[in-house]
Design a protein around this ligand. Structure first.
Ligand code: BES
Ligand code: ZN
Length: 473
């Protein structure tokens, strides 16, 4: 079930291939078992499921042969750790993934239920199949294949799987500071990114940071009759719409004072790298919907706007009557969830405060405002020429063929900058998801050729690190 040798990837050594062939059905069943657990970190009612996913992972690590496996408390959803220290003189790789997932909703748009994984047309469908449970399973399978065939790993590995990545990793930084020994090594591999459009092998070398806030505007104790009151008082929904509209100018730039002050501008080499990507804008837009057009900050290409420039977006906006038909009211309150994606140079806490100040300054008299900061993460760049990046590049090249692309992506992974800035470790984003994986959306899926190739690429990446001339710098 699910396993097919594919021209999309090259086999590794015969013993490992033989193991993986024999293990194919069991491997897919474990993948399915993991996806069945609805570990949605954002929903309080799913806390027990998050813990169940953590316990499942810990049991897997123990079964496969990792040592010092623990489900470690954070104050939120637990972190799972485990390790194989083969020989203290070998380089140590920290492997990171997240077992939490986005909510399944809207359920009616799924072809199959999000937590009842299904294999169809060479893909496995289900929430977390790509982001990020599938990529954790890739690592577990690489570990198992190596131990089953060689009896040991070519490097030392420490696993760190968290359960709050999709909710801004709020407890992670404090946990890392309290458990430094679990997070340190010679380099970090984060498997939570993917390939480029056309399913071209790629390594992400840049991530945007993020700051996220909620705005609550209140005008009255209760909803009011819009005939009796309309036109004579401030309507919080009207006001919120106007405040949000004022956050961008006609050139698509964010108007928040100071927003761009610390942005490191894209240099000629950055712009050349974006321009060199084999990006098919028409296909990118067509995949979104028939009427999509490219818009954004003036003076930048679509790939630059997405990967290299900061943004401000409303993620949700609500208030007043949202049922069927009409109801004539002035809403008592109105709300929005707003996030900014940030680029190198920008500090998420500072930008959060600037956006909050701009919103407070824009509230009309007669309304009260509350702003809640919901989380943040720093932007991240892997320097080109980083030796561990070269090892990962070789692993992808040898597994999937061709020269991997280097991408600056628009998404965020808060831990990447923590490893780099707080612990001073080189970080490589070695991810395998297909670009059309529908992450965070209905019908999330993983291409099984990427999944199988991913297992081989992790084996190769460990071997490539072991072969590095100077892994301890
Ligand atoms: N896997 C994504 C990050 C990602 C997305 C990297 C697209 C590259 C391209 C990750 O799980 C994710 O979605 N992160 C959140 C983080 C946020 C909640 C702090 C994101 O980017 O929205
Ligand atoms: Zn993810």
């Amino acid at each position: 079930m699910g396993y097919a040798p594919s021209p999309a990837w090259s086999p590794v050594e015969a013993a490992i291939e033989a193991f993986l062939v024999a293990d194919a059905t069991a491997r897919m069943q474990r993948y399915i078992d993991f996806l069945r657990i609805p570990s949605v970190s954002a929903l309080p009612e799913r806390a027990a499921d998050c813990r169940a996913a953590a316990e499942w992972l810990a049991a897997e690590l123990r079964r496969i042969g990792a040592a010092r496996v623990e489900v470690s408390e954070t104050g939120g959803h637990p972190i799972v750790v485990g390790e194989r220290i083969e020989d203290p003189t070998l380089p140590t790789i920290v492997v990171y993934g997240h077992y939490d997932v986005q909510p399944g909703e809207p359920l009616d748009l799924w072809k199959t239920s999000p937590f009842e994984p299904t294999i169809r047309d060479g893909r496995i469908l289900g929430r977390g199949s790509a982001d990020d449970k599938g990529q954790i399973v890739i690592h577990l399978n690489a570990l198992e294949a190596l131990l089953a065939t060689r009896g040991r790993l070519p490097v030392n590995v420490k696993y760190l799987f968290e359960g709050e990545e999709e909710s801004s990793s709020v407890h992670l930084e404090a946990w890392m500071k309290a458990n430094p020994e679990r997070c340190t090594g010679d380099a970090v591999i984060i498997s939570d990114t993917g390939f480029f459009e056309g399913n071209l092998p790629a390594i992400t070398v840049g991530l945007r940071g993020i700051t996220y806030l909620q705005v609550d505007l209140v005008g009255s104790y209760l909803d009011l009759h819009s005939g009796a009151f309309g036109g004579s008082i401030v309507n919080p929904a009207n006001a919120l719409a106007k405040m949000i509209a004022g956050l961008h100018d006609a050139d698509g730039r964010v108007t928040v004072p100071g927003f761009y002050d610390d942005v490191i501008p894209l240099g000629p080499a950055d712009r050349a790298a974006f321009a060199a990507l084999p990006f098919d804008e028409a296909a990118y837009l067509a995949a979104i919907g028939p009427a999509s057009v490219a818009v954004g900050e003036a003076g930048y290409s679509t790939v630059e706007r997405r990967g290299g420039r900061p943004t401000l977006d409303v993620n949700g906006i609500w208030g007043g009557f949202m049922g069927e038909g009409s109801k004539t009211i002035i809403p008592a309150h109105a709300h929005a969830k707003i996030s900014c994606r940030l680029v190198p140079g920008q500090d998420p806490v500072k930008i959060g405060a600037l956006v909050e100040a701009a919103l407070r300054a824009a509230v009309p008299a007669g309304l009260s405002i509350e702003v809640t900061q919901l989380g943040d993460g720093h932007p991240f760049i892997t320097p080109l020429g980083e030796p561990y990046l070269e090892a990962a590049t070789k692993a992808l090249r040898d597994t999937f063929g061709g020269e991997p692309l280097f991408l600056r992506e628009g998404g965020s992974i808060p831990i990447a900058a923590l490893f780099q800035q707080e612990l001073g470790l080189p970080v490589v984003l070695l991810g395998f998801t297909p670009p059309d994986d529908n992450a965070h959306a209905p019908n999330e899926s993983m291409d099984l050729a990427n999944f199988e190739g991913g297992i081989r690429a992790v084996v190769r990446a460990f071997d490539a690190v072991a072969a590095m001339r100077d892994p301890r710098r």
